[in-house]
Design a protein around this ligand. Structure first.
Ligand SMILES: [Mg+2]
Length: 209
């Protein structure tokens, strides 16, 4: 019995050291147009005053929402997200970011998260599984709105990372993540993905990969 107790104490001490040893780095991936290229899928925005319907890509939609046009008079608008509520049928993996995700997910000192603006995870999970993306290594969150700040805040509170990197196709979401990291005083890196290619990498020289 005595031996058992000392074994337990040793294990617990080891466990604490284990976590202190690592410089935990949280890597956040968006889903649509960051991991999954599906250019034919659109958001449909109908203006009830003019009876006109505008087609937008998810990136265009998040830019439009940041203009506050919708907030000014919500009843003027009707939105149809149907093409982003299910399995992305024509979705092709964006190899450069998918490979990054697999790399990080296979290493202990990275915490890999998916933060999507979708309102459910069924489609993305099935799609990722079909393309051998290790979904069991990823913590997944959907904001269900063009404000992902709550997801970013919750991830930082949960994992207390030393550094945050986000892969996104939308500048608005990169800025939201940067804002939350600044609040928690955590070093931040943003990587912009456009048309299936990593375009701009805002990593600073003093940050880790
Ligand atoms: Mg996106």
């Amino acid at each position: 019995m005595k031996e058992q107790t000392s074994f337990l104490v040793t294990t617990m001490n080891k466990s604490i050291d284990y976590f202190e040893h690592y410089d935990k780095h949280l890597i956040i991936f968006d889903f649509d147009e960051t991991l999954c290229h599906n250019p034919s899928a659109k958001v449909y925005i109908r203006n009830n005053r003019t009876d006109q319907t505008i087609e937008m890509s998810p990136t265009e939609y998040s830019s439009w929402r940041s203009t506050d046009e919708y907030e000014k008079n919500k009843s003027d608008w009707e939105m149809n997200f149907e093409e982003f509520q299910n399995y992305p049928k024509n979705g092709k993996p964006i190899t450069s970011t998918v490979e990054k995700l697999k790399h990080y997910a296979s290493r202990d000192h990275y915490v890999v998260a998916l933060v999507t603006g979708r309102d459910n995870l069924i489609g993305p999970k099935k799609w990722m599984s079909d393309f051998y993306i290790p979904i069991n290594k990823i913590t997944m969150h959907c904001s269900g709105s063009p404000d992902k700040r709550n997801c970013f805040r919750s991830l930082i509170n949960t994992f207390e990372p030393m550094h945050v990197t986000i892969y996104e196709d939308s500048v608005e979401y990169i800025e939201q993540c940067q804002e939350i990291c600044a609040f928690f005083e955590i070093p931040f890196s943003g990587v912009l993905v456009k048309d299936g290619v990593i375009k701009i990498n805002w990593r600073k020289n003093d940050t880790k990969s």
